[in-house]
Write a protein that binds this ligand. Structure first.
Ligand SMILES: [Zn+2]
Length: 91
């Protein structure tokens, strides 16, 4: 069972969430399951319409780092380093 968490959060994807205009993070398997929320606990509404680098959710980024995930693939060409992202967004 302990391994399951690692598997689920092994890869994250960027998503759009209910009640928020930010871009959030969710396990890559959100497309196959309806019991998954974003890392900050919001309902997933679909693929994001903006870039995580510009509009990413700080709580999702912090949660991912807490799980030991240091980066998220935003597109085939773009990987966002989460600690650098948080550094750039923190005052
Ligand atoms: Zn979030």
């Amino acid at each position: 069972m302990g391994r399951q968490v690692v598997d689920v959060f092994d890869m994250l994807s960027t998503v759009r969430a209910g009640g928020s205009s930010d871009v959030h993070l969710a396990p890559l398997t959100w497309t196959e399951r309806d019991d998954i929320t974003t890392l900050c606990g919001r309902d997933i509404r679909g693929p994001p319409t903006q870039s995580f680098r510009r509009c990413g959710c700080l709580r999702c980024a912090g949660s991912a780092l807490g799980l030991g995930i240091t980066a998220v693939r935003e597109s085939p060409q773009v990987v966002v380093n989460l600690s650098r992202f948080l550094d750039s967004r923190m005052p």
